[in-house]
Write a protein that binds this ligand. Structure first.
Ligand code: CP
Ligand code: NVA
Length: 312
């Protein structure tokens, strides 16, 4: 069946089928090739895109801005102090106003519920550029990068190490489950993803596909990909010291990379990275090409999401 995502919001990968995610990855690869060839798009011509940011961003903001301009659209940055969202004006009212002006809304902030309300009341596609719970556009870029590196996704042994219950741990677990990757989350038990989400992901697994949660760092054995994220996410700065101490044994270093038993294992990171904490400078620099391909792919995948859901 042909995939049609017109008008659909992108709030969590849970709302998307394997075929739809596959379509978005392939569209991203296409758009990347077009940009490399200097071909300018016009699928967002005449479209206005609102970019709401409650938290800071380098990649996501720039990816939405450049991706929108590349396709002929107009991006409008709305920082947390620029609009009334959730202060004197309710999210519902802001959404109803923005929906009359804009053809799509990006939201980066704290609560997933805010993203959902924006989608419900604006009547235009809303794209989740990161909430405390999920970071779905990042996962599209990650899957695209893995596909570029290995040529396929199904059967890849994907290992995520560190803070297993943050937006990245949650979203990567969903992305792996949907796309046929084996996923191992290595984290202290107190930082495992919520049981209900784990159960949802287990229910999606295909035959021979695994989802493992463990505290044991030797579980990196046979990994094709080792992925980590910051130990202290935006908005959790007050927990920094305790988190750093708890996660010390989970640093991605040369010893951990060697433990995979594979020389071709790649290292990935959504960035920004705190070198010397979740990853050593040595591992990061050795794998920098892939990490920055992954960062570049944010732009192609975010463009694909806008084109597929709000494009002409
Ligand atoms: N990976 C990511 O979302 O980066 P930014 O915080 O810079 O947008
Ligand atoms: N878990 C991180 C991801 C940053 C892209 C955070 O939320 O800060």
């Amino acid at each position: 069946m042909a995939v049609n995502l017109k008008g659909k919001s992108f709030l969590t990968l849970l709302d998307f089928t394997t075929a739809e995610i596959d379509y978005l990855i392939n569209l991203s690869l296409d758009l990347k090739a077009k940009k490399r060839a200097g071909i300018i798009g016009d699928t967002l011509l005449g479209k206005n895109i609102a970019l709401i940011f409650e938290k800071p961003s380098t990649r996501t903001r720039c990816a939405f801005t450049v991706g929108c301009l590349d396709e002929g659209g107009h991006p409008e940055y709305l920082g947390k102090n620029d609009i009334h969202l959730g202060k004197i004006e309710s999210i519902e009212d802001t959404a109803r106003v923005l929906g009359r002006y804009f053809d799509g809304i990006q939201f980066r902030g704290f609560s997933q519920e805010t993203a959902e309300k924006l989608a419900k009341y604006s009547g235009v596609p809303v794209w989740n550029g990161l909430t405390d719970e999920y970071h779905p556009t990042q996962i599209l870029a990650d899957l695209m990068t893995i596909k570029e590196q290995f040529g396929y996704l199904k059967g890849i042994n994907f290992v995520y190490v560190g803070d297993g219950r943050n937006n990245m741990g949650n979203s990567l677990m969903i992305g792996c489950a949907k796309m046929g990757l084996n996923c191992t989350i290595i984290a202290p038990k107190s930082l495992w993803p919520e049981e209900s989400l784990v159960d949802t992901c287990i229910a999606m697994l295909g035959d021979d596909q695994e989802l493992i949660l463990t505290e044991d760092v030797t579980a990196v054995k046979d990994a094709d990909v080792i992925y980590t994220d910051v130990w202290v996410s935006m908005g959790e700065e007050d927990q920094a010291e305790a988190r750093m101490n708890l996660l010390k044994p989970y640093q991605v270093n040369e010893k951990m990379m060697t433990r995979t038993g594979k020389t071709e294992t790649i290292f990935m990171h959504c960035l920004p990275a705190v070198k010397g904490a979740e990853v050593t400078e040595e591992v990061f620099e050795k794998h920098a090409t892939v990490v920055f391909d992954e960062a570049e792919n944010r732009m192609h995948t975010i463009k694909a999401v806008m084109v597929a859901t709000a494009g002409r």
